[in-house]
Design a protein around this ligand. Structure first.
Ligand SMILES: [Zn+2]
Length: 488
């Protein structure tokens, strides 16, 4: 059995617990078995083990002799994994254990996600709980549920359930990097409702499609300056309306809120004698976009073809309001972090535009590590679309984690890393969500760092974890625990 192989890897204390995690199914929202495993694990060690109302598990381990005055450390990881597999493989994430395969310096699964995100973090906490030799102050091992589908466990934390002053989140994916901040998020939902109107006489219909863009993650890739298919398409549409009396019938652009839109398509109607002008305009804009983005994009395709006339189109007033507001709407990086000028603080993704002859839906995702900047951006979005007569609603908001470069635990960990490995750890901020943002909003006194082993392609069947990085991650965790300062 492959699982037998990973328990021979170093450090065995961690890998044997990772094997246990892999042995029980634990896709998001199907955590009964792994929660049971954790509760049994805590109880079998004779440790105080608690489950809160949303299913998060907390296992308390007292300080080792002589270290009772050390600050209490919360070791945090999430229990759930993303279930993704290749079509070729038969795997039921709700029933089957994960098969682990050692592949050179990496451990992966058999064409499924591995769940090293965040099973290695879970296993590290289990190894600390189990150890009779490590030196540490009081430990609160805190295992959250359903992180991957919306951080429900973190949101469900009741104030006072964890009491430690320091929280080590073990859900990062680059060994040697210490994460000290993350972005919060907010969804903007913009709608118009109306009655469609008839197509002007003698018009023909054309479909305009932009494609070939790279897209990417709306947070992690936003600073790359890639083209946003919605923004680019609307630049063309505005010009076509102004110059050639084009009328808008429908738009479909983007399909995921957290992805930079790669493709967008619109159906317009134009006077039949403008067809050639529009084709000319399409080719002008195709050249323009390719010129503007040649350093960062694949070749951009903007094409036009005649299609069947739609029954109804968008009323002219609404059409103009839509075009103007999408044009004016902020998109991309809004501000970099003043103390870390290479890291994005606040950004906007104009993710989805869907319009037909009866309604328009626009969805955006706003991110910031500073809640007040996110609110400022939200206010801009609200202003732009309210001016255009749309209904604007916000949902799904969660807090960011504003980096504190003076954090005491950061200083302790940087020093421990230097001592242990003879080089400096990198301090980083991720422009995407981490549970730390939510946990820190519930327990504002927490001093936090997120770190972990090197994991590649998480959330995909190619997920793999680097074996030597797991060993360094573990050594670093042990060294950090040994060096936690005393309570004041
Ligand atoms: Zn994770």
């Amino acid at each position: 059995m492959a699982t037998k192989e990973i328990i021979e890897l170093q450090p065995q204390a961690l890998w044997k617990n990772f094997a246990k995690v892999c042995s029980v199914p634990h896709p998001s929202h199907h955590l009964k078995e792994i929660t049971g495993l954790m509760v049994d694990f805590g109880k079998s060690l004779g440790l105080d083990t608690r489950v809160d109302s949303v299913g998060n598990v907390l296992i308390l381990k007292p300080a080792t002799a002589g270290l009772e005055k050390r600050k209490t450390v919360v070791l945090q990881a999430h229990l759930d994994m993303v279930p993704q597999k290749n079509n070729a493989v038969n795997h039921d994430f709700e029933k089957d254990p994960i098969t682990t395969i050692i592949d050179g310096e990496w451990v992966r699964a058999n064409e499924t996600t591995l769940g090293a995100d965040n099973g290695i973090g879970v296993a590290a906490a289990m190894a600390v709980l189990e150890s009779k030799t490590l030196k540490h102050g009081a430990i609160e091992a805190f295992f959250t549920v359903d992180e991957e589908t919306g951080m429900f466990g973190a949101f469900g934390l009741q104030p006072g359930f964890i009491t430690g002053e320091i929280l080590l989140n073990m859900d990062s994916e680059d060994e040697g990097e210490l994460y000290v901040g993350c972005a919060g998020g907010l969804d903007a939902n913009i709608t118009w409702q109306y009655q469609g109107v008839a197509v002007p006489e003698d018009d023909i219909a054309l479909q305009i499609t932009i494609s070939g863009l790279k897209g990417g993650h709306s947070g992690l890739d936003i600073a790359l300056g890639r083209g946003n298919a919605n923004k680019l398409l609307f630049r063309f549409l505005k010009e076509a309306i102004i110059r050639y009396e084009a009328r808008l019938a429908s738009v479909e652009g983007g399909n995921m809120r957290n992805a930079i839109p790669r493709e967008a398509t619109a159906i317009i109607t134009v006077p039949a004698d403008s067809k050639e002008d529009i084709e000319q305009l399409v080719s002008e804009y195709a050249n323009l976009f390719n010129e503007e983005y040649k350093e960062i994009e694949n070749p951009v395709s903007l094409v036009c073809r005649e299609v069947e006339l739609p029954e109804l189109i968008i009323p002219e007033e609404i059409q103009d309001d839509l075009i103007n507001s999408v044009t004016a709407c902020p998109n991309g990086v809004f501000r970099f972090i003043p103390s870390m000028p290479e890291v994005v603080e606040t950004s906007m993704n104009l993710s989805i535009v869907s319009a037909d002859a009866a309604h328009i839906d626009i969805k955006c995702l706003l991110r910031s590590s500073v809640d007040s900047k996110k609110e400022e951006l939200a206010s801009m979005v609200e202003s732009v679309f309210s001016l255009a007569g749309a209904k604007v609603a916000f949902s799904g908001g969660y807090s960011g984690w504003n980096p504190n470069l003076q954090s005491p635990i950061l200083a302790t960990m940087k020093e421990a890393y230097r001592q242990r490995f003879g080089k400096d750890a990198t301090v980083a901020v991720v422009h995407a969500g981490l549970e730390c943002g939510i946990l820190g909003a519930i327990e504002p006194h927490l001093d936090m760092v997120s770190f972990g082993p090197t994991i590649r392609h998480p959330h995909s069947p190619d997920e793999k974890v680097n074996i030597p990085s797991v060993e360094r991650f573990w050594e670093f965790l042990v060294a950090t625990l040994e060096n936690i300062p005393e309570r004041k």
